[in-house]
Design a protein around this ligand. Sequence first.
Ligand SMILES: Cc1cc2nc3c(=O)[nH]c(=O)nc-3n(C[C@H](O)[C@H](O)[C@H](O)COP(=O)(O)OP(=O)(O)OC[C@H]3O[C@@H](n4cnc5c(N)ncnc54)[C@H](O)[C@@H]3O)c2cc1C
Length: 303
Amino acid sequence: MSEVHDVIIIGGGPAGMAATAYAIRKRMDAVLISPGLGGRTNRKLELPWVEDYNVLVGESMVERFRSQIEYLDFLRVRTTVDRIEPREEGYCVVLKDGKELLTRTILLATGAVGEMLNVPGEAHFEMKGLCYSTTTYAPLFIDRTAMVIGDGIQALRAVAELQRIASHVTLVARTHGDLDSPLAARLRSERNVSILEGYEVVEIQGDQFVNCVKMRRDDEMREVRADAVFIEKGLIPNSKLVATLVDLDEKGFIRVDERNRTSRPGIYAAGDVTTAMSDQVLISMGEGAKAILSIYDDLLGIR
Ligand SMILES: Cc1cc2nc3c(=O)[nH]c(=O)nc-3n(C[C@H](O)[C@H](O)[C@H](O)COP(=O)(O)OP(=O)(O)OC[C@H]3O[C@@H](n4cnc5c(N)ncnc54)[C@H](O)[C@@H]3O)c2cc1C
């Protein structure tokens, strides 16, 4: 185990794929470690009234990068990283099977996942009318009804987006959360928005697709129908690998500067796992490309 790589990229989503493609162009000695390619872009919401659509503006870009990287076996390791240990040479990346790789720098592009409600029916209807990304799918709701579940600013933003398109939007907020905000006040005045405050979702229901949400407030049980359900409780970053090595914000996102450097020399991060505004394919790809150029400069000693 004497070879020391220039960079190990962890995560094969849009950020990691763009970073890898740029590393190849720069002839860097790079390794991409990820169980698969595409990350969150591999999942697509199915809706009964839509046969096919192309809302994923970055999809064709992802495919182009995928075709560049897919067959480059020398730089791809199809597994997950178990831990990262600082070493004299830089870092040791320990894989799930115990294999160790040495590297001067690391780029974390491990993404984030939508926080779940953990109620019956949620897993069953995921992507069958239920999902965690309103920004992507709101344009498909002309003359349709939608439900947003959550009580923070992210949920209110989702309602605002859908309200301009859908015939009706219902917000189900378990607590008062951000319902005092100016945005909430504006939404309350919209004729096609209902806000159900204090309700806890107990079950997601449907047939082939989601069509109803069962909820409770004190002793009252209620069933509300909708053509689709968006759970907007926030994202949980996959930052555990570096949690004791670099600065994270209060929600666990990795703090990065404008050149994708973390608080620790040699560790960089890009995409949804960072504090930089991301949550879209094209932004994540741009961040991944920027991060690798930043690493390239730092390895050359250009500051
Ligand atoms: C349902 C849904 C639909 C969406 N649709 C769109 C859309 O239409 N348009 C759009 O622009 N955006 C869309 N988004 C958002 C977009 O998918 C994300 O912003 C983007 O994928 C983030 O890219 P990323 O590379 O940062 O992370 P991710 O795509 O989350 O990729 C992270 C990668 O890291 C890997 N990984 C994690 N932990 C480890 C580990 N320990 N070791 C090795 N690998 C690891 C994962 O396997 C994965 O490959 C959607 C999101 C969701 C949830």
